[in-house]
Design a protein around this ligand. Structure first.
Ligand code: HAM
Length: 423
């Protein structure tokens, strides 16, 4: 029987994989430009890490983790997100000794056992940044500016950043008392999970996805209305900072995010194309996470972009730029042309071109067919006769014209030809 991929995982094939590589290259460039340096973390972590950070009663920890006992009986989990690992690594490697704040970025696979649907996978990739060691509103603004800059560079014009104020953990009991008071008359109508959350973690009722629970929650007092003055001032300063930079954000009064470590600023990015349920990016402030995991009092803020979702809605302008990259096919004819063909391929690559060579011994006719199938704009034909004269034929497949060019001038000739075509 054929072996198939695990449900919820994906094969990212070329040419789509090119989009992924370019998105990642841009992420390194933009986030790197803002000072974020990559941290590469294990995919496997002790289960306890996520229980203590993301929270025991969150959907992620209670139903979605890939958790198993290793051969020595230790409970391990395939990371469902990256922030907890960053906090662990911060403590474990004494990163508090480095100049603060510390700016870290990461990308890679995350795992959540979720119901499969568009944009929701069991293995998915995140691109994230974390700013540790700065508690000021400016830190939040910078993180959102980096996010906005990245999305703008990708050509997005229609994405919306929604933001809320979760207040501080000290504000939480007051908010939860009020929430429970307001929901009490309807308690029986809440779903089974929310019945359980009622005592264990009532804040999670706010991000229940069951339509009836959502409806009931809509009438309740927004969390931002019961937060402390410090938290209110903080998030208002973030909004003012964003306004000064002309970064549009919208308040989402019932946004709470599905992870327990957040406080004060939380935000998400939604796309009109995917709808509000399929969020492109989520993030927020987590000033107690490092200390809750046994480290010092180190404030933090960050976000993670869902790369699968991002690639799915990439603007056409970016897709075209990446996918229309010109290809030149090198077509050696006859055994004597094989080595010079590969040598030319190497010289074209050195020139920055994409120039695969024909290596299966096709004839001129079959070779031209192959070149057009792989989307080549031009073919360099190396016949034995041309080679003895130190020349090659460059055929422009778009125009159907060809010219004989001295071998050592082929790279510059092609660069000119393709540049002209691109402008
Ligand atoms: P999160 O909202 O759980 O936050 O995930 C961030 C993003 O990962 C989501 O907005 C979404 O785009 C993507 N994502 C999540 N689950 C899936 C899935 N099953 N399939 C495809 N994409 C998915 C976090 O993970 C936090 N660690 C973000 C953060 C960083 N907060 C502070 N710093």
């Amino acid at each position: 029987m054929l072996i198939r991929k695990v449900k919820g995982t994906r094969d990212i094939l070329p040419p789509e994989s090119r989009l992924w590589a370019e998105v990642e290259a841009l992420a390194y460039r933009i986030f790197g430009g803002f000072g974020y340096e990559e941290i590469r973390l294990p995919v496997l972590e002790p289960t306890e890490l996520f229980v203590r950070s993301v929270g025991e009663d969150t959907d992620i920890v209670s139903k979605e983790m890939y958790t198993f006992a290793d051969r020595k009986g230790r409970s391990l989990t395939l990371r469902p997100e990256g922030t907890a690992g960053v906090a662990r690594a911060f403590i474990e490697n004494g990163l508090g000794q480095r100049p603060q704040p510390l700016r870290l970025s990461y990308l890679g696979p995350m795992f959540r056992y979720e119901k499969m649907q568009r944009g929701r996978y069991r293995q998915f990739a995140q691109i994230g940044i974390e700013l540790l060691g700065a508690a000021t509103p400016q830190a939040d603004v910078e993180v959102l500016l980096a996010l906005h800059t990245f999305l703008a560079e990708l050509g997005f014009e229609d994405l919306v950043i929604v933001l809320n104020n979760l207040g501080d953990p000290e504000d939480r009991p007051r908010f939860i008392d009020g929430l429970k008071r307001e929901l009490a008359p309807h308690r029986e109508q809440l779903c089974g999970d929310c019945q359980r959350r009622w005592d264990a973690n009532p804040l999670r009722i706010l991000d229940c996805k069951v339509p009836r629970c959502r409806e009931l929650v809509t009438g309740t007092t927004p969390v931002a209305e019961v937060v402390s003055d410090e938290a209110r001032t903080h998030v208002e300063a973030v909004e003012a900072g964003l306004a000064a930079l002309k970064i549009p954000v919208r308040r989402a009064p019932r946004l709470v995010r599905g992870l327990d470590y957040y406080l004060r600023t939380v935000f998400e990015v939604v796309s009109p194309e995917l709808g509000e349920d399929i969020v492109i990016c989520g993030g927020g402030r987590y000033d107690r996470l490092v200390s809750d995991l046994g480290g010092a009092q180190v404030p933090g803020i960050g976000f993670a972009i869902g790369e699968d979702r991002l690639v799915e809605v990439l603007p056409e302008i970016f897709r075209r730029r990446v996918l229309d990259r010109p290809v030149v096919a090198v077509l050696p004819l006859g055994a004597g042309a094989a080595a010079p063909g590969l040598a030319l391929s190497r010289d074209l690559v050195a020139e920055g071109l994409t120039a695969p060579a024909e290596v299966t011994g096709r004839s001129l006719k079959a070779g031209l067919k192959w070149a057009s199938k792989i989307g080549a704009r031009a073919v360099v034909i190396l016949g034995e006769r041309e080679l003895t004269e130190g020349k090659a034929i460059v055929r422009d497949l778009d125009r159907g014209e060809q010219e004989t060019v001295a071998l050592d001038e082929v790279p510059s000739y092609l660069s000119r030809l393709l540049n002209r075509r691109n402008t």
